[in-house]
Design a binder for this molecule. Structure first.
Ligand SMILES: NC(=O)c1ccc[n+]([C@@H]2O[C@H](COP(=O)([O-])OP(=O)(O)OC[C@H]3O[C@@H](n4cnc5c(N)ncnc54)[C@H](OP(=O)(O)O)[C@@H]3O)[C@@H](O)[C@H]2O)c1
Length: 271
């Protein structure tokens, strides 16, 4: 696996958003190690620079940008093209997670979640796409979530933004294919990262947590790299949970009941 992986990624230019933490950070390390030139994007420059310094390589570029701001995203992409001439892989990891009942969750939080998770991803795809089309190649990875395939309690903001990515991926995939561009959507269950800090007690009650509790950012990173090599359309992680997404698509009611029962119950909207 390692040799094939090294060969596949050698000298490719990969842009990773959310590269300062969790899954994006693990990907930055793994892709650099596999020979990629890696552009690391997040809002806080200091965090990115500390990670880049740990890598001891010239093959990384730190370009802070807020994915919700198209002007910042567009100038980040222009900078990549100016320095390295192309974008082979775009991995959209930038994300935010806030849980709560529908009434208690502030409207601003619901809008902000959509801005970062959905619109931020669309901004990065739109800014990079003209260059991939010109190249006639490229891979785009969207980090959705199992909460973008199944209805989870307390996830009205987060889940809706991730379901939006599910729809976006399915709709644009055939368009991109015409230009030789591969689109892969990733649907992880719980991953041990700073994103879920502060929610861990609630999350621990979940049946899905018990199945995926050993799923680290490193495991997600390696799965994404394998998916890129195999040009996979989508991946549920861990793969053992693929059945849950499939059954929910066919008969949502019993799955909703099951999730409510084993996920600590559906919240009162006021909670
Ligand atoms: N952890 C899980 O259980 C889990 C499960 C399923 C799916 N996912 C998805 O996987 C992705 C990565 O999650 P993670 O667990 O690695 O999260 P994480 O550790 O919290 O990292 C989030 C990253 O996004 C960046 N970010 C946040 N807002 C941004 C913005 N407006 N512009 C640019 N960068 C921004 C953060 O850096 P700055 O704060 O410096 O900007 C950070 O680098 C997310 O989309 C998440 O929804 C995670």
């Amino acid at each position: 696996m390692l040799n094939k992986r090294e060969h596949f990624f050698e000298s490719k230019v990969a842009v990773i958003t959310g590269a300062s933490s969790g899954i994006g950070k693990a990907l930055a390390f793994d892709l650099t190690e596999s020979g990629c030139k890696v552009v690391m994007v997040a809002r806080h420059r200091k965090n990115l620079e500390e990670i880049a310094a740990e890598m001891y390589t010239e093959k990384t570029m730190v370009l802070p940008a807020d994915v919700t701001d198209y002007t910042e995203v567009s100038s980040m992409v222009d900078q990549v093209i100016k320095e390295w001439g192309r974008i082979d892989i775009l991995i959209n990891c930038a994300g935010t997670f806030k849980a709560g009942g529908l009434v208690s969750l502030p409207l601003e939080t619901m809008h902000e979640t959509m801005e970062v998770n959905y619109k931020g991803t669309v901004n990065c795809v739109k800014a990079s796409l003209p260059y991939m089309v010109e190249q006639g190649s490229g891979s785009i990875v969207l980090l959705s979530s199992l909460a973008g395939r199944l209805a989870f309690p307390g996830c009205s903001a987060y889940g809706a933004s991730k379901f939006a990515l599910y729809g976006f991926a399915n709709i644009v995939r055939p368009e991109l294919k015409k230009h030789g561009i591969h689109m892969m959507a990733v649907y992880p269950s719980f991953v041990d990262s700073p994103l879920v800090e502060g929610h861990i007690e609630r999350v621990k009650k979940s049946f899905f947590f018990r199945i995926s509790r050993d799923f680290s950012p490193q495991k997600v990173s390696r799965a994404i790299m394998k998916g890129l090599i195999k040009k996979k359309r989508e991946m549920v992680l861990p793969p053992t949970l693929g059945w849950a997404a499939a059954i929910y698509g066919l008969c949502p009611r019993p799955v909703e009941y099951f999730i409510g029962k084993f996920h600590g119950g559906w919240p009162d909207p006021l909670e």
